[in-house]
Design a protein around this ligand. Structure first.
Ligand code: NDP
Length: 332
């Protein structure tokens, strides 16, 4: 088997040297475990945080040890009740060709219900993040004007479409290229979109939202957050999902300069982590799964071929080379 390890903690942007490949023996499952042959894995922005030693909501990766993260694979050997060879499971031990997984950490998926990869994207943690943020954290109501940053990425693309389906009067997205802007308005049904690299976010947002915004779903932080605070209407709500513009900073950046507006406009800002919201999963799967089957939600994947491409996939995602969910195909 092959596994990918953290070679060194990155200072600033990670590089190919952050990773190392190792050939390892395929492990044997113990009682209560299964051996899984991984088929596809996810790369996610939060993994950048885990490459640093700083304490956060998930433990840091260890130097010299295999990385981990969301993956999907086929059970080869089972020593656990309820799981049999051939079953497909989602689990947390990606970045390797084979994984020994505790059965209680393996979620069996129905290969007939949806394309397999959707379990790592729109129907998995990505979709639940969009749903929890919009529905619970931002309490989106019918008629709201909703703005989402990172809109052509995995989470953002779902947020915008969900907002529209749940009755937003106007959905605005920002992304980092003209192609992505076109994708948002022409393929995903956003009412307006802009390329944040074309000019100040504040000016572009204001032009796209002449009546202000009621909800901001933040994937980016920094200048985007400041602009949103300025353009939010009274009693506006921010779902604080991520701040990817800051993940590779070596020094903490000054916050938005317009924080007094939070008081003046009675805004609320709620940070959240998807794994605290698993109680929403059934509702989410029913609602979003339904829209997906009806063809009312679209999703795109950027797939890298081969486990050895995983570092490239991760680095490409951080640079914005992806549209939609970034995945690595490990095996057929
Ligand atoms: P994406 O698929 O959105 O990929 C990351 C995107 O970030 C890139 O495609 C790039 O798009 C954009 N980006 C990179 N650098 C910058 C920058 N400096 N300014 C603006 N945009 C930038 O990833 P995900 O959908 O998986 O994650 C999106 C956000 O959601 C992240 O902040 C992540 O940490 C957060 N998240 C939070 C969760 C939670 O539980 N709170 C769970 C899952 C994700 P572009 O070309 O537009 O720049």
């Amino acid at each position: 088997g092959l596994e990918i390890r953290l070679a060194a903690r990155p200072e600033g942007w990670p590089t190919p040297e952050t990773f190392e490949f190792a050939e390892v023996d395929v492990p044997e499952p113990a009682e209560g475990q299964v051996l899984v042959r991984n088929l596809v894995m996810s790369v996610d922005p939060y993994m950048r945080g885990r490459m640093s030693a700083a304490k956060s909501y998930v433990a840091p990766f260890e130097v010299g040890k295999a990385l981990d993260g969301g993956a999907l694979g086929e059970v080869v050997t089972s020593r656990a009740e309820g799981l049999a060879p051939g079953d497909v499971v989602v689990h947390g031990l990606g970045w390797r060709s084979h994984a020994v997984v505790d059965a209680r950490h393996a979620l069996k998926v129905d290969p007939q219900a949806a394309p397999l990869n959707a379990n790592l994207g729109v129907l998995g943690m990505v979709g639940l993040t969009a749903y929890a943020g919009l529905v619970e954290m931002a309490a989106q109501k019918e008629g709201d004007v909703v703005f989402v940053s990172g809109a052509a990425g995995a989470v953002g693309a779902i947020v915008g479409q969900l907002a529209k389906l749940r009755g937003a009067s106007r959905v605005i997205g920002s992304a980092g290229s003209a192609d992505k802007v076109r994708y948002l308005t022409e393929e995903l049904g956003f009412d307006a979109a802009f390329n944040y690299k074309d000019g100040p976010v504040h000016d572009q947002l204001k032009a796209a939202a002449p009546d202000g915004i009621d909800v901001y779903f933040d994937n980016v932080g920094g200048e985007h957050l400041e602009a949103a605070i300025s353009v939010l209407n009274d009693f506006g709500r921010i779902a604080e999902c991520g701040m990817i513009s800051q993940y590779n900073n070596t020094e903490p950046q000054p916050g938005p300069r317009n924080m007094p507006m939070i008081v003046q406009k009675r805004l609320s800002l709620r940070g959240f982590i998807v794994t605290d919201n698993l109680h929403l999963r059934d509702r989410f799967v029913e609602e979003v799964g339904g829209w997906l089957r009806e063809g009312r939600i679209h999703y795109t994947e950027t797939v890298y071929d081969g486990l050895r491409k995983a570092p490239e996939a991760f680095l490409g995602m951080l640079r914005g080379e992806n549209t939609g969910k970034t995945l690595v195909k490990i095996a057929d």
